[in-house]
Design a binder for this molecule. Structure first.
Ligand code: GLN
Length: 560
């Protein structure tokens, strides 16, 4: 964001410059990805796959997601409406696309890969209050658009990538991304031709009543982009099934984009195929040509490694069924990282996963057995609040007693502690104070959280180190006594109960150094009963799957 010292470089009129000090023009290249026709067109998947492919070419990428909403970050967004809140190592709570970027680029990201309108406006108003605009009226142009360009250029300067890839969230024509588009138009003008490549991801409708593809909505969407002064260089047509050349021709003639740069990215089996698909369509070559870049010798992702992963995915044939419990069971996006972690870990064990979603609200002792029939393992994911919790505890009891592999993530970890306290340690009223004040608050608020009133960005967030105990399952899985994982919680195991829990057989195999925060729990004499206070799913990547998921899937296979 713009800092006081950058104002040294200001235009005298505006007391503002969108060029951070030290920025070198004509050095970094930019790819701007926009979407038209519908939201959810697959821009995130496209952008992350493109990053992957560019890394095959040895190019260092810095992806950035713009989100138009006025929330400062994604932390206060309801996952049921907006999809999972992803957490970066530096504690940034962000859009799930950042998770896709991390997985596809096999690299960790930071707050500098994510920009919201809320962040921009807060920054501007803070500066205005500090008097940094020196009497000027603060305007969308140059100040808002400038702030956006400054953010991007600062990333170029600080991270020194070959290419900054910006994905503009939402759809062309949305009010809230109009100033992002304006900023990108200005960026292209200032950075000069050959330095900026625009890709529009559009959707070719196929109305059920007609049964054939129609291009008009896409033409109009692209036209809207052009009215904003942006000429796309490449158009990616998402569609159900292949589109005909005549459709491509219409898109081409109406958008000034040569037909060989109108690419049809129809639905494919798995997202892991997309980098291969884009390679086949030579989209990397088109981009390199547009930007005047050359392939570098050493690839940053080994294409052969990626291809062999895809082969493994296609060839895996040991079927297992995993149940995932939770209250957002209607929306798969709410658990996207868990789904991905399961999906990309399975092929390493030749496993093919069939998922069963289980709503726990109406679950009890009488129907749990029926619900878990033919299930090889259960994941209880993170969550907040009371709904469905008793059902989850019932599941966990069943898994513990019947030796069904169990993985508890964050809230799932806390539920496992409550279940064990109630049914093994005989603390009948054990609970978390998140739900109620009880005689036996085995899970309670972190002391450092007690005074906090604000909801946004205040949890224990991001990456923390932990120590693993030798001779435990966790140690065997990680093969290390020090690991780092990502957290997002306010509550934790109450230290007062640790002794009782341990005496009865619960093992806390991962602990925060110097703090009494329990981070991994496990049980002996069980094929796999493991809970993590952290979100193991956030660090799991296709080329580097989490040992926690690998161990879990292995146990499910063994059970079968
Ligand atoms: N609600 C629990 C807490 O705040 C767990 C949070 C989570 O699952 N992310 O500690």
């Amino acid at each position: 964001m713009v800092r006081k010292e950058d104002l040294a470089n200001k235009t005298p009129d505006e007391f503002f410059s969108s060029f951070p000090e030290g920025y070198i023009s004509n050095k970094t290249k930019y790819i701007i990805v926009t979407g038209s026709v519908i939201s959810g067109v697959g821009k995130g998947t496209f952008t992350s796959s493109l990053c992957n492919l560019l890394k095959w070419n040895g190019l260092k990428v810095h992806p950035i997601k713009f989100d138009g909403y006025l929330n400062y970050d994604a932390g206060t967004l309801n996952p049921f409406r907006h999809g999972e809140v992803f957490v970066l190592d530096d504690g940034t709570e962000c859009d799930l696309d950042l998770g896709s970027y991390e997985r596809m680029t096999n690299q960790n990201l930071t707050k500098d890969n994510y920009l919201t309108s809320g962040k921009i406006f807060k920054n501007i108003v803070d500066k205005e209050r500090a008097g940094l605009y020196l009497g000027r009226d603060v305007q969308f142009v140059p100040h808002v658009s400038g702030e956006i360009k400054h953010f991007i250029r600062r990333c170029a300067l600080n991270y020194n990538p070959d290419i900054v890839i910006v994905e503009v969230g939402g759809t062309v024509g949305d009010l809230e991304n109009s100033y992002f588009l304006e900023a990108m138009r200005e960026l292209a003008y200032e950075e000069k031709k050959d330095n900026v490549c625009f890709v529009n991801v559009t959707y070719i409708l196929k109305p059920g009543t007609l049964g054939e593809h129609k291009s008009k909505a896409a033409q109009l969407g692209i036209r809207t982009l052009m009215e904003r002064g942006i000429q796309p260089n490449i158009i990616v047509c998402r569609s159900e099934g292949l589109i005909k050349d005549s459709i491509k021709e219409k898109i081409s003639i109406s958008s000034n984009v040569p037909i060989d740069r109108v690419i049809n990215l129809h639905d494919v089996d798995t997202i892991y195929d997309i980098p291969l698909f884009l390679k086949e369509k030579e989209i990397d070559k088109m981009i390199l040509d547009t930007l005047g870049l050359k392939i570098k010798e050493n690839y940053l992702i080994d294409p052969n490694e990626w291809k062999s992963l895809v082969t493994k995915i296609n060839d895996s044939n040991k079927n297992i069924t995993i149940a995932i419990t939770g209250k957002y069971t209607g929306v798969h996006d709410s658990y996207l990282s868990i789904l991905n972690a399961v999906e990309h870990s399975a092929p390493y064990l030749n496993a093919k996963i069939n998922l069963k979603w289980i709503e726990t609200t109406n679950l009890n002792k009488d129907n749990v057995k029926e619900e878990l029939k033919n299930i090889d393992g259960v994941i209880v994911p993170g969550g907040f609040g009371e709904r469905g919790v008793e059902g989850k505890i019932e599941y966990i009891r069943y898994c513990r007693e019947n030796k069904i592999p169990f993985l508890g993530l964050c809230y799932g970890f806390q539920m496992a502690v409550i279940e064990f306290a109630r049914n093994v340690c005989d603390l009948k009223n054990a609970n978390t104070t998140e739900i109620k004040q009880t005689e036996d608050p085995v899970v309670y608020i972190l002391p450092e959280q007690e005074e906090i009133k604000d909801l946004g960005g205040t949890m224990r967030l991001g990456g923390f180190d932990m120590d693993l105990k030798k001779n435990t399952l966790a140690f065997r899985l990680y093969k290390n006594n020090k690991v780092r994982e990502r957290f997002r919680h306010r509550y934790n195991v109450n230290p007062k109960y640790i002794e009782t829990l341990e005496k009865n057989g619960m093992i806390f195999s991962g602990v925060a150094p110097e703090k009494k925060i329990m981070q991994i729990l496990e049980l002996k004499d069980h094929p796999y009963f493991l809970g993590t206070q952290y979100h193991a799913e956030f660090t799991s990547k296709p080329l580097n799957p989490s040992p926690i998921f690998i161990g879990f899937i292995e146990a499910c296979l063994n059970k079968k």
